[in-house]
Structures are given as C-alpha cells and as structure tokens.
Design a protein around this ligand. Structure first.
Ligand SMILES: [Zn+2]
Length: 337
C-alpha cells in the first residue's frame, strides 16, 4: 500500500492550519509530519494538541518531529536545552563545549522522554526520528583533521574506557567511530522503546543522514534497521541544484533502504526534496517520486509543505509549482494501487 506525506511548520494559527491540512489531504497525502520543537514544547503544548486534532479530522495520520531538539536532530530551530544545561552539552575532541546535547547524557535522555510524553499527549501516531547525529562540523574539516569531532564529554570518556579498556584519545580512530555509531543506536533504542512502553500502537520512524553525513552518525545502517521498536526506516537523498542524475541518486538510496526494509521486516521510506527547488526544475520531483516507487519504496514523503515557501532560507523559487507537482505525483502513485 502506498503512503504519502509532507512535513509542516510555520503556522500555529488554527484557521490557517485548518486550511493547510485540508490542502495537504487534497494533495493526496496520508500523513503530515508536524515539527515539534523545544519552542513548541515550552510554549505550544496545548496548541500542538489542537493542531494534531485538526490534522486527524482531515483524515491525516499525525507524525511528530523533534525538530532540532538538543541540537542533535535535523531542523531550523534553536535549542534552549543546551543553553541552560551546560553540563549536558557535547564536548569537542579539543575540549570545547558545543551547542548540542550529548546523546549519552542521562539528563538529556530524560528531557527527551518528557518530549515524548508531551507529543503522545498531543495525539501523535508516529514519532519521526530525523537525522540523529553527533555534533557536525563542516564535512571538509572533519575529513582533513582527526581532532575535529565530538563527543569527548566526561560521560562519553567513561563509557568509552569501560568498553575499550583504554582512555578515549583526542585523535579520531576506528574505536571512536564505532563508539559514536553505537551511542546513537543505543539512544534510538531508548527513545523508540519508551514510545512503545507508552503505547504499543504508536510507531517509530527513522530518517538516516545519507552521504558523508554519516561522519556524525550511523555508518552501518543495518544496526538501525535491526532495532526492534523501529517500524519505518528511511533516508533523505536530497539533490543539489543542477544535479543531472536524480534517478541515479534517489535510486541508489531507495535500493539500499528497500533492501534493509525487506531484510529486517520494516517499512521503507524515502524523503523527496521540496525546498530550494529552482524554477523550471520542478519536474525533478516527479522523477524522484517515481524512482523511489520503482525501487520498491511505498512510503514517500516530502520536505516541506508548499515548496517550503514560508521559510526564506529554504524556499523554492516557485513554491506553488513545487506543491502542485508533488500533489500530481502522489495522486498518480495512489492511482496505481
Ligand atoms: Zn558525550
């Protein structure tokens, strides 16, 4: 069965949300991914409940995304947690405190559980763990310099030494890479497990950073796919402006996800670029959607609603055209069932 969706942010005003959710359903979406940032957690808890209710009324499944929470997920939002909990921050190999929470820090994990509590209460159906990662430096810096990485906080150092029986070095080595990867897996295991304890009907979805983003995250994707409490596994192979081989790029990652989903009995998901789309290249969206489908992916979502026109940093040149193109592609997919 084909399932399609789109992410949504930018408005917390009931009548506008209502209109937008109707529009999303009319564009053949089955679900909506609501960003649920720290800002939302602090100031919009009840509003988020209303928004989830409105979405359900329009027949949409409600996904929630810990948007840049703790600075360790994808998203254009700030983390208040890291500005007030200095002891829970990641520490660079050189000893600097970084604006991201440590995934191994128990206090941060507790904070995440409170986020899950609030999201569950708001009416979430699916928890969308978006691009969990350790602090990311610019990739070229990380590749060139073995002392540019995180996290080497006291908690990580202690855990590392317990496992490998030597002090955590400041220079990146294979043990540290393995430690970082397993730390994210352990973190996800705790999060997904907590969601299932709250309510076994709730689902967990994961979006893995593609490309070299794995330097800050998970290199061996089968470890993530093997997580028992995970229901949906995906990635977001977003193309850069001028990319000529959309089919090759999206196809490669779709194949990888499809293989994992079959092997581990999960649902495979592919994210389609719907931001910073250059005018005249909207057709690439259709190509990407159809490529993912051809490779066996049946859960396809786009970031973000209406060509991400509400955010100048990510806006497409012609948001309406992006949205119309996506809606047509989704409609065609549903017509194939
Ligand atoms: Zn740490």
């Amino acid at each position: 069965m084909v399932k399609t969706g789109v992410s949504y942010f930018g408005s917390r005003i009931e009548r506008h949300v209502k209109e937008d959710m109707r529009d999303i359903a009319a564009h053949d979406c089955d679900f909506v991914v609501h960003t649920f940032s720290e800002n939302d957690l602090q100031f919009y808890k009840e509003t988020m409940k209303e928004i989830a209710g409105i979405s359900h009324k329009e027949g949409l499944e409600v996904w929630v995304d810990p948007w840049a929470v703790g600075g360790v997920f994808g998203g254009e939002a700030y983390s208040n947690f890291v500005s007030i909990n200095l002891d829970s921050r990641q520490v660079s190999a050189k000893g600097e405190s970084l604006p991201a929470a440590c995934l191994n820090n128990e206090y941060f994990r507790k904070f995440m559980f409170s986020w899950i509590d609030a999201s569950t209460e708001a009416g979430a159906d699916v928890f969308f763990w978006d691009e969990p990662h350790f602090y990311l430096y610019p990739l070229d810096q990380m590749e060139k310099d073995e002392t540019i990485w995180a996290c080497r906080c006291p908690v990580c150092r202690e855990l590392f030494e317990k496992r490998f029986s030597y002090a955590m070095p400041a220079r990146l080595n294979d043990d540290i890479k393995l430690f970082k990867e397993d730390s994210i897996i352990e973190f996800l295991k705790a999060m997904c497990g907590y969601v299932k304890i709250k309510n076994n009907k709730l689902k967990n979805a994961l979006c893995l950073l593609p490309f070299k983003g794995s330097l800050g995250g998970i290199i061996d994707w089968s470890k993530a796919a093997g997580l028992e409490a995970l229901d949906i596994i995906g990635t977001d192979p977003y193309w850069r402006p001028g990319e000529k081989d959309i089919e090759g790029l999206v196809g490669r990652f779709s194949e990888k996800i499809h293989e994992l989903s079959v092997k581990y009995g999960k649902e495979g998901q592919i994210w389609i670029l719907n931001f910073r789309i250059k005018k005249g290249t909207e057709k690439d969206i259709e190509t990407a959607v159809m490529t993912a489908y051809k490779k066996g992916i049946r859960n396809i979502a786009a970031w973000s609603y209406l060509g991400t026109g509400c955010m100048s940093y990510l806006a497409s040149d012609d948001p309406e055209m992006v949205w119309t193109t996506l809606g047509k592609a989704f409609k065609e997919l549903h017509g194939r069932e």
